[in-house]
Ligand binder design. Structure first.
Ligand code: URA
Length: 411
């Protein structure tokens, strides 16, 4: 297969046969196709798209690039949720332990930060010692022991997505329906699921800017799930303002723990319950009780321990990851908040170092925003709209300039 010709054919809008898509993915995973050719191909797909057959072939090739979970006979129902990515979207952290308390297994395979959105793996790694790169054998054992695992792609498990995901993150090729579909569905199918719920976001802080495009993305993922025999539910959710009141790695873990203790922001709790309801045998009232009575919180401690970290560190996360600069961002006016542009808040978080500019960059766990006001709330001139956590004053000033455009206040 002559890769430059293949890239050129996609660039010119041709539909590629499954055999060529498979050869490309296999070549990429074994290192024969270099990153520069793969990023050119991803950009060609971004502009020219893929039809349903090509998208299914890409998903299958990515799925076949690695091992898959093999659940033992008589296993409980295996379920999961995945988000297409948002700002402050920390839902996986409370949801996985919560759902695992209800007699089902949750083998959650997540990603790192992507574009302006944060990633579950980066957030989990802000818990000192938390290992997300575990072998499939260890993951299967953990699933049998505690009913839940929260892990990343490895060299053996979803290797195609592992490489392509970080390449897309830094090459401007994330917001493509076929690429997102194959990325998400190859991971989810490798979990050998019975049921999946997808949180499909639209708005300034999402990869799909309109509800119509989000519906197209949902349809694309549902079609692939159907072909592979998995029950897939999709819920479309707006991502115009950040979810909850915190954005940033450790800051979002802190907020997730509040949710697991029956508190936290209302919108976060509601979305966790909306999604959990779709995949859990428990009723909404039962799920609420598991959050309120500390059962889900205890399950999170079990997860933390199983992944090599110490649950005693959880209440100390704010101290462990204390940014050198923590300052309030004052409101310029008195009135009501009518918009908190999630896209701008996400960009500001990237400027602070919460995400990556190059695939090899480390993320800064401490930086981000907390105590963010929500749409509909009253604010007073000089009173804080949020707090900014920054590494230094240069980053602080850059983030502040973006926030100046993000908050809209009406008298
Ligand atoms: N989440 C993923 O796992 N992949 C994407 O491409 C987007 C969101």
């Amino acid at each position: 297969l002559h890769i430059p010709t293949l890239i050129g054919r996609k660039r010119d809008g041709e539909h590629l046969p499954a055999s060529e898509i498979r050869a490309l993915i296999d070549g990429y995973v074994c290192g024969e196709v270099p990153d520069y050719q793969m990023s050119a191909f991803a950009m060609a797909v971004f502009f020219k798209g893929m039809n349903a057959g090509e998208t299914a072939a890409l998903t299958q090739a990515m799925l076949d690039s690695g091992d898959v979970f093999e659940h033992p006979q008589g296993h409980p129902p295996v379920v999961d949720k995945h988000s297409t990515g948002g700002i402050g979207d920390k839902v996986s952290l409370p949801l996985a332990p919560l759902v695992a308390c209800t007699g089902v297994w949750v083998p959650m395979v997540s990603g790192r930060g992507l574009g302006i959105t944060g990633g579950t793996l980066d957030k989990l790694e802000s818990i000192p010692g938390f290992k997300v790169n575990i072998s499939l054998a260890d993951a299967e054992k953990q699933l049998a022991d505690i009913g839940v695992v929260m892990m990343g792609q490895t060299e053996r498990f979803c290797p195609a997505d592992k490489k392509l995901y970080s390449l897309r993150d830094v090459s401007g090729t994330v917001p493509s329906i076929p690429l997102i579909t194959a990325s998400i569905m190859s991971k989810k199918l490798a979990e050998s699921l019975d049921k999946l719920v997808l949180d499909v976001k639209f708005g300034s802080g999402a990869f799909m800017k309109t509800e119509k495009d989000a519906q197209k993305l949902a349809d694309s993922m549902i079609a692939v799930g159907k072909e592979m025999g998995v029950e897939v539910h999709a819920i479309l959710n707006p991502m115009h303002e950040p979810l909850g009141r915190s954005v940033g790695n450790a800051l979002e873990v802190i907020e997730s723990i509040e949710c697991l203790e029956g508190g936290g922001p209302e919108d976060l709790r509601r979305l966790v319950l909306d999604l959990a309801e779709k995949i859990s045998p428990a009723s909404r009232n039962e799920l609420e009780a598991l959050l309120n009575d500390g059962t889900a919180r205890k399950k999170f401690d079990e997860i933390v321990r199983a992944h090599g970290a110490n649950p005693d560190d959880l209440p100390r996360l704010a101290e462990i990851h204390k940014a050198p600069v923590i300052r309030e961002y004052p409101s310029p006016d008195t009135g009501t908040i009518v918009a908190v542009d999630a896209g701008l808040v996400g960009q500001a978080a990237l400027q602070l170092g919460a995400g990556r500019a190059r695939a090899t960059d480390a993320v800064n766990f401490a930086v981000g925003f907390d105590q963010i006001v929500k749409c509909g709330e009253s604010v007073h001139q000089g009173r804080p709209l949020c707090r900014i956590h920054a590494e230094n004053m240069i980053d602080f000033d850059m983030a502040e300039a973006l926030l100046d455009k993000a908050f809209k206040i009406e008298p």
